[in-house]
Design a protein around this ligand. Structure first.
Ligand code: ARG
Length: 467
């Protein structure tokens, strides 16, 4: 037998149409499941051994051969090239039979490619999720580094992209740290649902042999076995959930990209990107473009698309397995590749970004970002907030007409609109006081932010990332 022979030849007298055969093949992409499928196959061999279907010798030779296949694949970069196998499962079975002969043909006893592929796919996503968790943490670490490096930098915070209130650069960094922390939490939680063994579901009805599925699950590190064979072979919730969690990572990366794209424009001038992550224009000599970030923003769309593709593929499928489900692989593979590279590039961009602290401070000091502070200081004199808001608004209109910032007005000018304004009012409008006032948990006061930053730093250090 060779890996190009179909696994289902007996029923057929006619050959497959060549175009269809090519259309039907998934080996071009599902070869990425090779090592996961070898692992699943070793567990299958042990399961069959415990059930008395493979002898001890047969089991040993099958497992040794599977190990040999893995070693061959690892050492030979062209191992998969030129194979006409239908999919990774027939590829492995063909290679196994080539190595051990007839015994190799026993491995598929009680197993279907339906429970086999679901098993390999879960193993693969489980491993990739672990790696992604680290990639996310590495980007979190870059945010912590930037926050520490620019611990005194202040910039305008925005709502509606209008200057709103000043915030610390470190506060901005830690906002992304939080988003990424939730992403890690979400992926970690989804591992619980990925880590369920479908093997032993057979094609759809269960296996006809006395396989101890729980022991197979233990061997593969699965926490549970699937409780229903129809569901076991047709459930792809885990893949959809994975692309969903990945989509949220991309939402966060895309918002980060958008922030920095704005900040490095001349209009903002808050951040200077390194040449290492920028490109120039073939026509305009002055240009320095943030392509790295635009690509991150752009690639978010393809990850969302993958999730929508999976949802759409699954939604009308009758139980149990249908070939439509072969479409699940490329969606997930590309999701993993895309999210991973975007996380890595984002960390590089951030590590090489320079914050122009003079410029961010200047921007934070102009445009009446302390108007709320004026209202709050009146409230502290006993004025109801709604009245204080009105008085501060009128003061802003006056200041605009005088072409002055609030802090440049005299106390008498302010008292025209807010007679409660006290001696301290002008001092309270300083940038430092404005920022320091936001001292409740979650606020941007330097004390709070330093405290949160220490917590974030500890969290990252505890992960012992190899960076
Ligand atoms: N390549 C197939 C997939 O990825 C494997 C399962 C095929 N099962 C079947 N009964 N044709 O879904």
């Amino acid at each position: 037998m060779s890996e190009t022979k179909n696994l289902w030849g007996g029923r057929f007298t006619g050959a497959a149409n060549e175009t269809f055969a090519e259309f039907n093949r998934s080996f071009g992409f599902d070869r990425r499941l090779f090592f996961a499928d070898i692992k699943g196959s070793v567990a299958q061999a042990n399961g069959l051994a415990a059930a008395g279907i493979l002898t001890t010798d047969e089991t040993a030779s099958v497992i040794a051969a599977l190990g040999q296949l893995a070693a061959d694949a690892e050492s030979d970069p062209r191992y998969f090239d030129g194979s006409g196998a239908e999919d990774v499962h027939s590829f492995i079975e063909g290679k196994l039979v080539d190595k051990v002969g007839e015994t190799g043909k026993k491995l598929h006893t009680g197993r279907s490619r339906n429970d086999q592929v679901a098993t390999a796919f879960r193993l693969w996503i489980r491993d990739e999720t672990e790696t992604l968790l680290n990639d996310i943490a590495r980007l979190q670490s870059a945010f912590v580094r930037s926050a520490e490096k620019y611990i005194n930098a202040v910039l305008p915070g925005y709502t509606h992209l209008q200057r709103a209130q000043p915030v610390l650069w470190a506060h901005w960094c830690l906002a992304y740290f939080e988003m990424l922390d939730r992403d890690r939490e979400r992926l970690t939680q989804s591992l619980g649902r990925i880590n369920v063994l479908p093997l032993g579901s057979g094609a759809l009805a269960g296996t006809g042999f006395d396989i101890d599925r729980e022991s197979v699950a233990r061997e593969l590190g699965f926490d549970h076995v699937s409780r229903n064979s129809l569901d076991g072979v047709s459930d792809r919730d885990f893949a959809i959930e994975f692309t969903g969690a990945a989509s949220l990572v991309m939402v966060h990366l895309s918002r980060f990209a958008e922030d920095i794209i704005l900040y490095c424009s001349t209009e903002f001038g808050f951040v200077e990107l390194s040449d290492a992550v920028s490109t120039g224009s073939s026509l305009m000599p002055q240009k320095k473009n943030p392509d790295s970030l635009e690509l991150i923003r752009g690639k978010a769309g393809r990850v969302f698309g993958h999730q929508m593709a999976l949802l759409t593929t699954l939604k009308g499928l009758p139980l149990a397995y249908n070939k439509d489900m072969q479409e699940d692989k490329e969606a997930v593979f590309d999701t993993v590749d895309t999210v991973r590279v975007c996380l890595r590039v984002a960390a590089i961009v951030l590590d090489n970004a320079t914050v122009n602290e003079t410029q961010t401070r200047k921007a934070a000091e102009t445009g009446y970002l302390n108007a709320t502070e004026l209202a709050d200081s009146l409230v502290r004199q006993g004025v109801p907030f709604r009245d204080a808001h009105e008085a501060a608004g009128k003061t802003v209109v006056y200041a605009i007409s005088q072409n002055k910032e609030l802090g440049e007005l005299t106390i008498d000018e302010i008292r025209q609109f807010a007679d409660a304004a006290g001696e301290d009012t002008l001092a309270a409008l300083s940038l430092e006081r404005t920022v320091a006032a936001k001292s409740a948990i979650g606020g941007t006061s330097p004390d709070r932010v330093r405290q949160e930053l220490r917590t974030a730093r500890r969290k990252i250090d505890e992960l012992n990332l190899d960076e």
